[in-house]
Design a protein around this ligand. Structure first.
Ligand SMILES: [Zn+2]
Length: 235
């Protein structure tokens, strides 16, 4: 239990998946959690976010989640970062968890996880489907598992149209049952890592289909062309 108490965890995103993940982390015994999100709570979020309340509407999501999580366990310190993850120092954390709805933010977290050699667990949901992937410092990364469509979308995210704000076109909405499943899968991987049983971690991308109830694991290797392994692949 001391490893769980002592590991500082960073959660990127305080939306539906972030709510579920943080609730699970607190109940699992983590005592040092930081959550970052620049967005504010909207009324439409209330039905799928366990830590939001009516009075949360209009407030920053990370601050609301931090307060509510601290009430679940007063011994748990939950720090809110009401800002983008791009402006957050990630170096002090023992593990990173991605609960994001944009590819560009995911790749930012992926790059920093590799740079600081921190394990990174990424969750995503889309209706009845979801996926979870754990990235280890020496293994294939999130970008290795991305295809050309993902990368085209990323390019569009950074496209600049004068006078217009370009929003990331790939938004993965979430049904609450899928969110709960993926959040549990993410925190289960976090617990394996923190408890020193990385040998038990899912080896690749775990895909969950809420219609059939199936979970399939797709093992991935290093992708030639991924900017994070150029040196490793040439050896
Ligand atoms: Zn890679």
């Amino acid at each position: 239990m001391s490893r769980i108490h002592g590991t500082p965890v960073f959660v990127a995103g305080a939306g539906a998946l972030g709510n579920e993940v943080i609730k699970n982390l607190v109940l699992a015994g983590f005592r040092d959690i930081t959550v970052a999100d620049f967005d504010t709570v909207e009324r439409s979020n209330l039905s799928r976010c366990v830590l939001f309340r009516e009075e949360s509407v209009g407030r920053n999501k990370a601050e609301v989640v931090a307060e509510a999580a601290s009430e679940l366990d007063p011994e748990c310190r939950v720090t809110a970062v009401p800002d983008t993850i791009q402006r957050t120092d990630l170096s002090r954390f023992g593990i990173l968890i991605g609960c994001l709805d944009s590819i560009s933010a995911r790749l930012h977290l992926n790059a920093h996880a590799r740079f600081f050699r921190i394990p990174y667990v990424d969750g995503a949901t889309d209706g009845f489907r979801g996926k979870m992937q754990t990235v280890f410092p020496k293994g294939p990364c999130l970008e290795c598992g991305m295809n050309s469509t993902h990368l085209e979308e990323l390019h569009r995210t950074f496209s600049c149209i004068p006078g217009e704000t370009v929003r990331d076109p790939v938004i993965l909405s979430s049904g609450i049952t899928t969110t709960a499943v993926i959040a549990a899968m993410c925190v289960r991987e976090v617990l394996k890592i923190v408890c020193g049983r990385t040998d038990l971690c899912v080896p690749g991308v775990s895909y969950y289909d809420g219609i059939s109830g199936r979970t399939d694991v797709l093992e991935i290797g290093f992708r030639r062309g991924c900017p994070h392994h150029e040196g490793e692949l040439s050896q």
